[in-house]
Design a protein around this ligand. Structure first.
Ligand SMILES: Cc1cc2nc3c(=O)[nH]c(=O)nc-3n(C[C@H](O)[C@H](O)[C@H](O)COP(=O)(O)O)c2cc1C
Ligand SMILES: CCCCCCC(=O)C(=O)O
Length: 350
């Protein structure tokens, strides 16, 4: 792909032009009136940066180490489903681009390529595995064992989905299943010889987190925590990191913007474990704002999909490279030598 695409919004336009309209809508849309989708981006616009001057900081260092995984930049690939709707190589292309960018890709349980094949396609990639706990715990364990055996370095357990979000645009388009020839390959059940449907179940509770904690030695990241009381409970249940997220506004509409939730969660956790966040990150300055407010790193969902649809592996690499360059540039303009120097005083609410 040769087009000049200087911002994430240009990748979205390029992706939209290439995608089947119903698939574009699936990737872009949110739940209900999309209040939360809009809030995620708008909240960053309401946060201003107050740079320091004459600090002689030099070129900034932006690498991070999270749960033993090294990333060359503090921007991870959030778990998103169905990459083969965006590109024939699907999650394999995304993983190769993440490996080239030396960052972590969180592979969705709802991937259209099996986790073993993602690993094989992207040697050297650092992959974490995202899990929706299935009420059949024997089946959940089988999925966890596959992720472990494939070499995933952490388990990201999504807890904001006791039911699937109601997304009007998908209903209008009649989009409720993958097309012929695509499946959620991580849901293969060898015993039954079928691929099981993903169950989003309201019976999942802290007991399941305890079961997972006993089931695996992988670090457990709890994704979708928005209430400070849940952040404190999560610590009691031995999680290794918290991941503040409203699922990109695709689950409960009306949840506040992720970046607005961050300070309370960071305070509740009190430095005991790393705090990740996603939702609405479209610029390097957004990354800097989130980290100033206490995020250890951030993740991006739709931007990666736009890169994938616009230009496959190369498109994802360009999106990640753009965000990396923007983070470095923003830190330089803030007069900072490293992401470790970010602190709340850099941010003003306006
Ligand atoms: C198309 C799409 C599919 C998603 N699939 C998953 C998923 O399978 N598992 C999950 O935990 N989150 C999923 N998410 C939520 C993302 O992990 C992430 O929280 C969200 O995209 C962040 O917001 P952003 O798109 O504004 O960056 C999905 C999001 C999108 C847009
Ligand atoms: C029934 C398949 C569910 C896939 C989940 C993908 C997802 O989380 C999303 O936001 O879409």
């Amino acid at each position: 792909m040769t087009a000049v695409l200087p911002a994430i919004r240009d990748f979205e336009a390029a992706a939209r032009a290439r995608l089947d309209p119903a698939h574009y809508d699936y990737f872009a849309c949110g739940a209900g009136d999309e209040v939360t989708v809009k809030a995620n981006e708008a909240a960053f616009a309401r946060l201003a940066l107050l740079p320091r001057v004459l600090r002689g900081a030099g070129s900034p260092r932006i690498g991070v180490t999270l749960l033993g995984s090294r990333a060359a930049m503090p921007v991870l690939v959030a778990p998103t489903a169905f990459h083969r709707l965006a590109d024939p190589e699907g999650e394999k292309a995304t993983a190769r681009a993440a490996a080239a960018a030396e960052t972590v890709m969180i592979v969705s349980m709802a991937a259209t390529v099996a986790v073993e094949d993602v690993v094989a396609a992207a040697p050297g990639a650092t992959l974490w595995f995202q899990l929706y706990v299935q009420p059949d715990m024997a089946f959940t364990e089988a999925i966890v064992r596959r992720a472990e055996a494939a070499g995933c370095a952490a388990l990201v357990v999504t807890v904001d989905s006791p039911a699937r979000g109601r997304r009007d645009q998908d209903v209008r388009n009649g989009f409720d299943d993958l097309p012929e020839g695509m499946r959620c390959e991580n849901l293969r059940d060898d015993d039954r010889g079928t691929v099981r449907p993903i169950v989003m179940s309201p019976v999942i509770s802290w007991e399941h987190v305890d079961l997972l904690r006993r089931m695996t030695r992988l670090p457990i990241v709890l994704k979708g925590v928005t209430h400070p009381a849940d952040a404190r409970l999560a610590l009691d249940h031995g999680v290794s990191a918290l991941y503040v997220s409203n699922h990109g506004g695709r689950q409960l509409d009306g949840v506040p913007a992720s970046v607005d939730l961050l300070p309370e969660i960071v305070a509740a956790v009190g430095g005991a474990v790393p705090v990740l966040m996603d939702g609405g990150i479209r610029r390097g300055t957004d990354v800097v704002k989130a980290m100033a407010l206490g995020a250890s790193a951030v993740a991006v969902g739709r931007p990666v999909i736009w890169g994938l649809a616009a230009g496959g592996e190369c498109g994802v690499a360009r999106v990640l490279g753009l965000l990396r360059d923007e983070v470095e540039h923003a830190l330089t303009l803030c007069g900072l030598a490293s992401t470790h120097d970010l602190e709340p005083g850099l941010v003003r609410r306006c």
